[in-house]
Design a protein around this ligand. Sequence first.
Ligand code: NDP
Length: 331
Amino acid sequence: MPPIPKTMKGVLIEKTGGVEVLQYKTDLPVPTPKEGEVLVKNDFIGINYIDTYFRTGLYPAPKPEILGREAEGTIIALGPSGNFYNLKVGDRVVWMGTSAYAEFTAAPASKTYPIPSSLSPSIAAASFLQGLTALTLIREAYEVKKGDWILVHAAAGGVGLWLCQLLRALGAKTIGTASTADKIELAKQNGADYMINYKEEKDFVGAVKKITDGEGVAAVFDSTGKDQFENDLEVVARKGTVVSYGNSSGAVPPLTISRLSAKNVKILRPTLFNYISTREEFERYTGELFDFITKHNFNVRIHETYPLADVARAHTDLEGRKTTGKLLLKP
Ligand code: NDP
């Protein structure tokens, strides 16, 4: 192992705002791993929509802050003590935590997982957080069964393409939404049975009802938040489930609980973290995800690998709805 340097490249924000608050630095201190942490030299950094929420302040966090929730890389040091779950220096791993937009991160060992030899580092990086989100949603938020009608919003996005492929593998009938013809085509190639352009369709509710023979869908997986929430309540079937797991169009306003009685609907607002809190849950789902990719020959779509210095362009593309699949950063 080469010696660990004192300084590194990284992206810091000192205040919330637009992409102009993203500061690319070349002299940030390399972190020292604490108890239960591993020091990882990051090779591919995953961008997630949540990074934009921390940048804008929709989700509060102390500042200054290095953004980013996941990366792939090599363990170069272990903390002074703690449970390292058999991880060792030299392992190629994916990890989930904070401060990913940097050359080095002190990551929690409990959320670090060795990459199987069957997967390339970029594919592992592109799969991890978004794939786990989709997998836990279809297992725990609503346990999808063969033959279910399922509505997936933003079906050509990062989590969206995972949902389409997993639902196809389970034998569900998927209706997806997207805003352009290219995105519609891509989601179909990845398993959506029907697609609706939700920017153009004037009678969205009618279109879903028509496809499902008036029945509605057993579950909705909605990452868009406020724009589609009212539609979700309309198109979900009696005793169905609305899973609202993101805010790309803004946060869902408060809801009067009695509205659920019209169809005995269940509503969830889950986070990935609460499905993989324990090491046992984390290992089980990550192992299953990586097996799925190999066994079902999943198409892991990487939209673009941006140089770390181009992080502002990457955020602009993501928020401007110009992307499909995963965005990565290369330090
Ligand atoms: P995506 O790749 O899905 O990108 C966002 C997509 O949302 C866009 O491409 C766009 O697709 C669609 N969209 C709809 N309305 C808007 C809007 N007003 N502005 C911008 N985009 C819009 O991102 P991710 O896969 O990273 O994340 C998807 C969502 O899932 C996010 O809301 C994220 O926060 C959430 N998430 C939640 C997790 C959890 O634990 N709860 C974990 C991971 C992700 P189109 O152009 O087709 O409409």
